[in-house]
Design a protein around this ligand. Sequence first.
Ligand SMILES: [Zn+2]
Ligand SMILES: [Zn+2]
Length: 114
Amino acid sequence: MTARSWHTPFYRQYLKSPEWKLFRTEAFRIRGRRCEACGTGWRKRGWFTRKRWLTVHHVNYERLGSELMCDVRVLCNRDHANAHQADQSGRFRDLEAATDHVIKRGRAGKGLGE
Ligand SMILES: [Zn+2]
Ligand SMILES: [Zn+2]
């Protein structure tokens, strides 16, 4: 599985597994229930706002099924899409570099706590 093969059938299947759901809950607990880029969080208005919700995003897929906390970032759906877009632009070394760029840009822009 390469770093860019997201949305493969296997990956989609995995996202429905109890193992992933468990890890996802753990990721929110440890990394925080808010977007690491823009700060959108669950606490404001429940689990998500009408247009934003939180996702646990992989910065690499090397350990799919036995991820470490450093393999994922908590992002809102907008910044999640931005991270994959940045990755696909080819301007970054890998998905992790693209993601960290989006997070840095998000933090520098609006700051946390939107
Ligand atoms: Zn965000
Ligand atoms: Zn992702």
